[in-house]
Design a protein around this ligand. Structure first.
Ligand SMILES: Cc1cc2nc3c(=O)[nH]c(=O)nc-3n(C[C@H](O)[C@H](O)[C@H](O)COP(=O)(O)OP(=O)(O)OC[C@H]3O[C@@H](n4cnc5c(N)ncnc54)[C@H](O)[C@@H]3O)c2cc1C
Length: 382
């Protein structure tokens, strides 16, 4: 058992970190204040070849391992890039792109992956509906085959990147009676007749990712855009969730590291009662707790990533442990960081305010902490 990174992995993480710190992070504060997605930042992600990181080289990607993907996510967030742009990247690459990469035909991969890899096209994935999120298999969007097309009807909500997207991976059911066995995935382009998106939603955090509803009204999808075959949508959704829980958690590690560094810096420079606040035990305990979390979270994330790289198939138990730990404990500690900054923690001047807002999504997106506990309890007791 070897927990150390290779030289190549360390160098890759450092390169991404330095690039993101110099080129992307300085643009983030203003974008977050305005709740705006920045195409300039998006192009920088593309320049660094992050948008197609795990895609095979023949489809314009870098063929990176899952550990490498996690290192990139950690490095970008550690550099101070906001949760919104990081989420936009994650939804594009890991929720849309990897579904096409894993389940697409050669034609689909050739058509979509190179454009997603450069960022010329933006991708999103629509599973959640207004009536169901946690119980995603209860989805109501329907697909009916008519000649050489499928006709989709229904709506999706909370879809990251939807207002900007060129390519949508949409889950619909061919037969609700069959429950999850009727669910099928489709690649839908923004110009297909019958697809439209709502106005971007105003959010608590991750404000620079654009989130909206997706409406499908007699939306016509060519039969060749069925992804992975009829009735295989639930397996695809589960595989997507697995990517989500093994890669999209890594930026929480990097964001926490950034927060810990900023907290330690502040504790050194802020004085109260004629001494720097670092001399107070309550402040020291908060920094120590952040370090304990960082080390444990990092081990947990890379253990799942390495297992997935080594061909271990679905690992819902460990992925759920990670998600609930990073989500719940990460949010508690972000709240502690706000406390450490006192009044300055509550206003925008320091990054902890944004980190606190962004971190909340860790307990909700991609499966709530309650659902993670439900999965864990099932494994432990049934
Ligand atoms: C910013 C943002 C971005 C998102 N991006 C995407 C995206 O790109 N694509 C996409 O498809 N979805 C996306 N989502 C949706 C997200 O995955 C869902 O919001 C999440 O899975 C929860 O579903 P829900 O909102 O319907 O909550 P509900 O399922 O309605 O849950 C409501 C409450 O009930 C609890 N609950 C539900 N069932 C159980 C149970 N069995 N046991 C215990 N408690 C339970 C939940 O934990 C929660 O507290 C996004 C959400 C947000 C906020």
């Amino acid at each position: 058992m070897d927990f150390s990174l290779t030289d190549e992995q360390r160098m890759f993480r450092d390169t991404v970190y330095r690039f993101a710190k110099a080129e992307i992070a300085p643009l983030c504060e203003e974008a977050d204040l305005k709740s705006e997605f920045s195409y300039q930042i998006w192009r920088k992600f593309g320049e660094m070849e992050l948008l197609g990181l795990p895609f095979p080289e023949e489809y314009g990607g870098s063929g990176a391992s899952i550990v490498m993907c996690c290192l990139a996510g950690e490095a970008v967030a550690h550099a101070g890039v906001d949760g919104g742009h990081t989420l936009a990247w994650g939804a594009h690459t890991y929720l849309c792109g990897t579904n096409i990469m894993q389940f697409g035909t050669d034609e689909q991969k050739k058509k979509y992956l190179p454009k997603l890899a450069t960022g010329e096209w933006i991708g999103c994935m629509g599973l959640t509906e207004p009536g169901c999120g946690s119980d995603a298999a209860a989805l109501r969007t329907t697909a009916v085959r008519k000649g050489d097309k499928y006709i989709l009807n229904g709506s999706k909500t909370f879809i990251t990147n939807a207002p900007l997207a060129d390519v949508f991976v949409i889950f619909a059911t061919l037969d609700r009676e069959k429950k999850h066995k009727g669910i099928t995935a489709f690649i839908v382009e923004k110009d297909y007749p019958g697809i439209s998106t709502g106005t971007p939603m105003h959010k608590l955090g991750c404000r620079c990712s654009m989130t909206s509803e997706v409406f499908l009204e007699d939306c016509e999808v060519p039969v060749e855009n069925c992804l992975g075959g009829e009735g295989n949508g639930w397996l695809i959704a589960l595989a997507g969730v697995e990517w989500d829980r093994s890669t999209l958690v890594a930026p929480f590690v990097g964001g926490h590291l950034y927060m810990m560094e900023k907290s330690a810096e502040y504790a050194n420079q802020r004085w109260a009662f004629n001494r720097p606040i670092r001399e107070f035990q309550s402040i020291q305990n908060r920094i120590a707790d952040m370090k304990v979390f960082l080390e444990a979270a990092r081990l947990a994330v890379y253990r799942v990533a390495a297992a997935k790289d080594n061909g271990v198939a679905l690992n819902p138990l460990e992925a759920a442990v990670n998600k609930v730990y990073l989500g719940d404990r990460g949010f508690q500690l972000a709240s502690e960081a706000v406390d450490l900054f006192g009044g300055y923690g509550f206003i925008h001047e320091y990054p902890v305010e944004r980190i606190f807002r962004d971190t909340k999504l860790g307990q909700i997106g991609g499966g709530t902490s309650d659902i993670m506990r439900m999965i864990l309890a099932r494994f432990m007791m049934m």
